[in-house]
Design a protein around this ligand. Sequence first.
Ligand SMILES: Nc1ncnc2c1ncn2[C@@H]1O[C@H](COP(=O)(O)OP(=O)(O)OP(=O)(O)O)[C@@H](O)[C@H]1O
Ligand SMILES: [Mg+2]
Length: 497
Amino acid sequence: MSDGATLRSRVKDDRLSLLLDLGSRLHREVGLDDLLREMGSRIARALEAERATVFVVDAASGELRSRIAELTELPEIRVPPGQGIAGAVATSGEAIRVDDVTRDARFFAGVDERTGFRTRSLLAVPMRDARRATRGVVQAVNKREGTFGPDDEAFLTTLASQIAMAFEWTSLRSDGAPRGVWVRGPYNHIVGDSPAMRAVYDVLKRVSPTDATVLLTGETGTGKGLVARAIAANGPRAAGPFVTVDCTTLPEALVESELFGHERGAFTGADRRATGKIEGAHQGTLFLDEVGELPPAAQAKLLRVLQERRFERVGGRDPVDVDVRVITATHRDLAREVRAGRFREDLFYRLRVVELELPPLRARGPAEITALARHFLGVYARRHRREGVTLGEACLAAMAAHRWPGNVRELEHAIERAVVLCDGAVWPEHLGLLPAPASERPTDGVTLPLGLSLEEAGRRYCEAVLGAAGGNASEAARRLGVGRNTLARKASRRTDG
Ligand SMILES: Nc1ncnc2c1ncn2[C@@H]1O[C@H](COP(=O)(O)OP(=O)(O)OP(=O)(O)O)[C@@H](O)[C@H]1O
Ligand SMILES: [Mg+2]
């Protein structure tokens, strides 16, 4: 094959595998910045360009947002609506091809000035979904030989629309926005931007690239399973297996054989050798959910796996070596289980090399509850073919005031239920929220979640006083020591996200 033919066939391979890989990566809990960055460098390769960037249009602000790997000094590019060539593409929805940007008045030189990179030729195409709405822009810069041609434009346009449609399966979805996507957090499928969740992402980002054993704690439904998958999906073992064992669903007699496997004849009915889940996780990640339920014998064997990466199958003598990363989760207070003699202390310390506690939903603030509710509304409206369902103000207020003992899972089920039961608009009664048990309800007062702004806390307090005064504004104002106008203003300002 001539050099030219080899290059053409490599480019063709690059273009094909790009489309194939995209789908599988987007289904995981990957970091979205890394994903956009990786797509950028692969698109650059497939187009024989020096650089390519995937911008998303932020539905909230209309800005174009992107991250670029090579530019550590400029970690995120934000382009105001309409600015530069990419901005023009986002606004018009039409592709733009430029052979020499110095001759194009639309070109915005600001980024080049800050980075020292020199843009010559450029191809920018809109990411449009099946509804032809623009969700982002893909831009390739500096064709290595010559300039970008109509073939490049056709390929990139197809790829960009595939990406726009694939986004509908991620948390970068449009959910009814006329343009752009909702940017709800840095990880795919994990919604949340509150300070409490930011702290979780900080740890997640640090531990993912390592092999450190992580113990995830937090109330039921806070997302421990989701975060375990995110740690694996963003680490060096991402391509290896991810094996989950739920220790609550295993009958005690079977736990050991399930985890470690057994030899033929190990017990009645063991008519052949079986490998366990730990062997199945070789070179990947083993996620032990509800590790606090593990019986003592299995705890001892697990300790040895963590210390020596070695164990024996049930009924076997030959040691088996494994290379696994272990992540565990529990809703129990393991330190207390240790004190009560139900959990091995040495195992406890091995498991909590890094401990990551997921915050309860009520500590994340009303803006995040709203963002999660809208996220699930998008998911279930599509699943149950009820596009166009909306959440009203009254719902948002009811959700902000609820305690959420079942956390995100409870919210998810409330929204799914509401999507099915409502017609068009969701009202608080569709959510089926159970009132807190009387013992947890203040007899005379109001419970405010942490994470509210002072203004929002004040508003809710005023509303509660108003309620306690039977809706009599003069009486409520007297109790609060303010005038009626001040009360009306304070009680009606709503802040939701
Ligand atoms: N931040 C989040 N964004 C989007 N979905 C979430 C988030 N947190 C949790 N979920 C969803 O809520 C549900 C419960 O999450 P998950 O199973 O990870 O919780 P858990 O902490 O493991 O609960 P349990 O202790 O009961 O096993 C899942 O469907 C999960 O996808
Ligand atoms: Mg779980």
